[in-house]
Ligand binder design. Structure first.
Ligand SMILES: Nc1ncnc2c1ncn2[C@@H]1O[C@H](COP(=O)(O)OP(=O)(O)OP(=O)(O)O)[C@@H](O)[C@H]1O
Ligand SMILES: [Mg+2]
Length: 515
């Protein structure tokens, strides 16, 4: 090996630099060939050593030795490492999943290996760190170093290759003094950010009860929810719209509040109003706004309380359970009658109390962040048990189209943002007749030209008003006829007792006459 020979150094460094011969340099610095030979022999020895170690020391022992060495060195280091494993052995580790999602947004052009994936229904590509990759993040000016580690372990008691499982974890390294900050601020920030990223990228689904059922048991089946309804497109009076949005926001914000007051984190809405006033559209707008899945429950399919319980327990958090047309979807037996409805050897029949139990009884505590929406065209036909205070938190009246709601539809369907010369007539006619937003939408869709569409709509409203007036007249006439008929009946009834009286008098006079 070439070595520095301090004895050869002359007293004058500058003169020695000038006078050195090529032989001298070859002694001090090895030639490229000899350097390569040395490198090759060291690498060969290391590889030999490594393979001997690998052969002699089993992998789990090697890992333990490595961990022990790391542990020893950690005493001398000012760094701390947090290990975030994929699972705690039973359940997936939420922090691991969140870290994976969060770090997907921290990937820099320097990251050498990435995993890219996209499920069929995903909106975009999702990026993840590949095995062994590192990422550096910064939070409040503190540097945080992440590493993604994967290794294989044999399943317990198994020797074959196919029984090897991959274990994954993230290593998070930072200066020891920031330990508290990382645990109390940074990791919660990672969790929150991942939640936001996931909800942005979330594909909403609508779940309905599957037609094919095994052993008469229905199961949820889902498809992508692509309903375009949003609070912007919804034609509602702005006051009502703002109130609903604010109510939803308050509900989302108040997880702690619900816990504190001992209520399950749920909210119930009863939407009532004539067909075509936007009840289903409002449910879709809520789902799109909250990024919640919809579970559309058709009560006709449910036979027993226990079947309902199983289905409701299968509903995920962050979801909206919708029961449309609650008044006519099923003839719910009431409580006293239900208790008598037993099938021999089977569950009790599906009852209203079974449903109410999920709305606000003990079963309602299963699951978090749930919204229940009941819709009906006839609020007056609902069982009073459903309307009792506290059962459905908010009763929302979806009514006929007002001028404010019409403006939203005019903007959505024919692109009129401000005023229009026909808006005055339309306002008067809307106040004088009843049309649903669905009818308005249908009329506005008949013509692509805005003026023509509005003119068509005015004629429609006039026609509708005439029909309504005629209907009103006919009804008034009917009422009058009924009143007259009643009057005649009353007169008759009034006369008859007189006759009776007379006849009595006659009877009374009979003896007199006889006398
Ligand atoms: N308030 C509204 N805002 C915007 N569009 C509406 C509104 N109401 C109804 N529509 C339009 O009419 C169609 C039917 O409305 P929707 O199904 O929401 O009414 P509904 O109240 O649920 O009726 P039903 O009582 O028959 O179930 C929707 O697809 C939508 O295009
Ligand atoms: Mg509907």
């Amino acid at each position: 090996m070439a070595s520095c020979n301090s004895n050869n150094h002359s007293s004058s460094p500058s003169s020695s630099r000038l006078n050195r011969s090529p032989k001298y340099f070859s002694t001090i610095f090895p030639s490229a060939t000899s350097a390569f030979t040395t490198y090759a022999s060291i690498s060969a020895s290391l590889m030999l050593f490594r393979s001997i170690v690998n052969d002699l020391i089993p992998y789990p022992l090697r890992r333990h030795i490595w961990s022990a060495l790391t542990y020893l060195f950690s005493f001398c280091s000012d760094k701390q490492t947090i290990v975030i494993e994929q699972s705690d052995g039973i359940e997936p580790n939420h922090v691991f999943n969140a870290s994976e999602v969060y770090l997907g947004t921290k990937i820099s052009p320097d990251t050498k290996r990435l995993k890219v994936s996209k499920r069929l229904k995903d909106k975009g590509l999702s990026l993840r760190l590949a095995k062994g990759q590192r990422v550096t993040d910064s939070f409040n000016g503190v540097e945080l170093n992440w590493r993604y580690v994967c290794y294989e372990v044999e399943k317990r008691g198994s020797r074959s290759d196919s029984n090897v499982v991959e274990k994954r974890y993230f290593e998070l390294r930072f200066k020891k003094k920031y330990g508290d900050m990382v645990l109390n601020s940074y990791l919660p920030f990672v969790l929150k950010s991942a939640e936001l990223i996931e909800s942005e990228a979330r594909v909403l689904k609508i779940h309905t009860l599957g037609n094919s059922h095994y052993a008469c048991k229905f199961k949820w089946e889902s498809i992508k929810l692509e309903h375009p309804s949003t609070f912007e497109t919804l034609a509602l009076d702005s006051e009502l719209k703002n109130m609903i949005v604010e109510d939803l926001n308050r509900f989302l914000r108040r997880k702690e509040f619900y816990r504190k007051v001992g209520r399950s984190w749920k909210r119930g809405y009863l939407l009532y109003g004539p067909p075509g006033t936007g009840k289903s559209s409002l449910v879709a707008a809520m789902a799109n706004y909250l990024k919640f899945d919809i579970y559309d429950l058709q009560l006709e399919n449910i036979k027993t309380d226990s079947e309902l319980r199983k289905l409701l327990l299968d509903i995920s958090n962050k979801s909206i359970l919708v029961i449309e047309d609650i008044d006519c979807s099923v003839n719910l037996p009431d409580r006293p009658r239900a208790s008598g409805h037993k099938r021999s050897g089977q569950d009790k029949q599906f009852t209203l109390s079974g449903l109410l139990n999920f709305i606000d009884g003990l079963w309602s505590s299963c699951g978090d962040e749930r919204i229940i929406v009941l819709t009906t065209n006839h609020k007056d036909r609902l069982d009073p048990a459903l309307l009792r205070p506290g059962r459905m938190d908010l009763h929302i009246n979806m009514s006929y189209c007002t001028m404010q709601a019409f403006r939203v539809l005019a903007s959505n369907y024919i692109g009129i943002e401000g005023d229009h010369r026909l808006f005055g007539d339309i306002k008067e006619l809307l106040e004088a007749t009843k049309v649903t937003p669905a009818q308005v939408a249908e009329e506005l869709m008949k013509n692509e030209d805005a003026d023509a569409a509005l003119e068509g709509f005015v004629s429609f409203l006039k026609q509708k008003k005439m029909e309504d007036d005629e209907l009103e007249k006919a009804e008034a006439l009917k009422k009058l006829e009924k009143a007259e008929a009643l009057k005649k009946l009353e007169i008759k009834e009034y006369k008859e007792p007189k006759l009776e009286h007379k006849s009595l008098k006659k009877d009374q006079t009979m003896p007199e006459m006889l006398e």
